[in-house]
Write a new protein. Structure first.
Length: 310
């Protein structure tokens, strides 16, 4: 890899990288890596062990930096050593709190969803340990029945992949893991999607998770199709993934994007919808119905005004 050769040639002393980038650097032969600060996403236990081994007995070292994505800053730091991944302690002038969904501070040791503490990275690690799996990722998605896990795997080149292979992988997981840690769905991909920064693209995975063969319902009229186009433009996802049952928040929407959506709807349909109204109707079918209702009101008011003028 050219980057590893460049690091050695230019005598780079400190590198800031994502776990996927460090993993790629360790795959190729070359001079020892410089000190590295790793952030952007969680480090799985397998990669953690490889990093520990790479820096064993050296003056250089590796740090795991953790922080909120929304502000792209580091909040905690830990030296990568020992057998298990950890995020370390708060940095200077930083406090870290564990909160529940209502924003209330949690006491130490309180478990998460349904009385179990489930870490998607642990489930992904279990998937990567399965025969024939070259790479894996797991995300938690909010559904009508609460949180559920969705898994994604890349088969190794020599894997005997046939129809039902994904089901076989899940069946083996059920033997090894508690039911709460087994993904509800498993999708095989040619490769895991990544962002331009080399991080796992969670938004792309969320978009893939909304496609359910046999249950997908495509937009039916001009309003639904135009609204789906607006979603696709704002979210940066393929319109083919946006059916009537698609949830805009499951596709990666946030409050700032929803504000942009109100403007896009006003420009495209000539109606004003409040943020609260959109938040209460996150599915495409329901949101399109709101747009149609608002248009009907506007048309009716325009007709009455014209009648009064005559």
């Amino acid at each position: 890899m050219q980057l590893r050769a460049y690091l050695a040639r230019e005598s780079i002393q400190v590198l800031d990288a994502t776990p996927l980038q460090v993993e790629a650097l360790l795959e190729v032969q070359g001079a020892p890596l410089p000190s590295v600060v790793i952030g952007g996403e969680a480090i799985n236990a397998t990669l953690w062990g490889r990093i520990v081994a790479h820096y064993a007995g050296r003056a250089e070292g590796a740090l795991n930096a953790y922080g909120p994505t929304e502000t792209t800053v580091d909040a905690t730091m830990a030296r990568i050593e020992g057998p298990l991944p950890r995020i370390g302690r708060p940095m200077a002038n930083v406090r870290c709190l564990v909160l529940d969904r209502q924003g209330q501070e949690q006491p130490e040791g309180v478990p998460g969803m349904d009385g179990y503490r489930v870490e998607p990275q642990e489930v992904a690690q279990a998937l990567r340990a399965e025969p024939g799996v070259a790479a894996a990722a797991v995300i938690a998605r909010e559904g009508t029945g609460g949180l559920r896990l969705a898994g994604y795997v890349v088969a190794s080149m020599d894997a005997p992949v046939a129809a039902g292979w994904e089901d076989d992988v899940l069946e083996r997981l059920r033997v090894k893991l508690p039911s709460c840690m087994v993904p509800a769905t498993l999708m095989r991909l040619d490769q895991l999607p990544t962002t331009v920064n080399g991080k796992l693209d969670m938004r792309a995975l969320s978009a893939l998770a909304t496609v359910h063969p046999g249950s997908y319902r495509s937009p039916r009229d001009a309003t639904e199709r135009r609204l789906a186009e607006i979603w696709a433009e704002l979210l940066g996802v393929d319109m083919a993934n946006i059916g009537l049952d698609a949830d805009i928040f499951a596709l990666g929407a946030h409050s700032m994007l929803m504000m942009l959506l109100t403007v896009a709807i006003r420009d495209a349909f000539g109606v004003e919808l409040t943020l609260r109204t959109l938040f209460d109707a996150p599915r495409l079918e329901a949101m399109a119905a709101l747009v149609s209702s608002a248009q009907a009101v506007v048309d009716s008011e325009s007709s009455e005004l014209e009648h009064m003028q005559w």
